[in-house]
Write a new protein. Structure first.
Length: 146
């Protein structure tokens, strides 16, 4: 796979949630440049061009990061903190997509610079609609900085 043209970095350890999310994005034409990684450590490797992503062009950043919070190795919160504290990456929109409704998580994510915090709907139809809305807003409607 060519890792230089990734527009959406999708960080999710649940195969079921990943499948449903990718299906919703695909239905609206947003998956041709999507990379799904299964934990925060791999996400950071991608962003910082390390490990199997070492040959990736470090001047081509994703346009959007969809980030789960509860993951093995490195949590979504840790990825968010690292990305948003780095001047090179802080303008990349990060949408938290999680099952956690806990107030401390919501508050902390926004304090760290999350652009949006979405609790995954339990019902698959509502989940599908939420993902469709995320894709339309962040990939088409929202104007990124240069």
């Amino acid at each position: 796979m060519n890792y230089n043209n990734v527009e959406i970095l999708f960080v999710e350890d649940s195969i079921e949630d990943a499948t449903l999310t990718i299906r919703a994005l695909a239905k609206n034409g947003f998956t041709n440049k999507l990379l799904h990684v299964k934990d925060g450590a791999e996400a950071l490797d991608f962003i910082y061009c390390k490990g199997k992503y070492a040959l990736r062009n470090n001047n081509e950043n994703p346009k959007l990061i969809l980030l789960d919070l509860k993951m093995p190795k490195v949590s979504g919160m840790q990825v968010l903190e690292k990305v948003k504290s780095d001047p090179k990456f802080k303008t990349i929109p990060v949408v938290i997509l999680t099952s956690s409704k806990e107030d401390p998580d919501v508050e902390k994510c926004y304090a760290l610079g999350a652009n949006s915090y979405i609790v995954k709907p339990v019902d698959s139809h509502n989940y599908f609609n939420a993902i469709t809305g995320i894709g339309l807003y962040w990939m088409i409607l929202s104007e990124p900085p240069n």
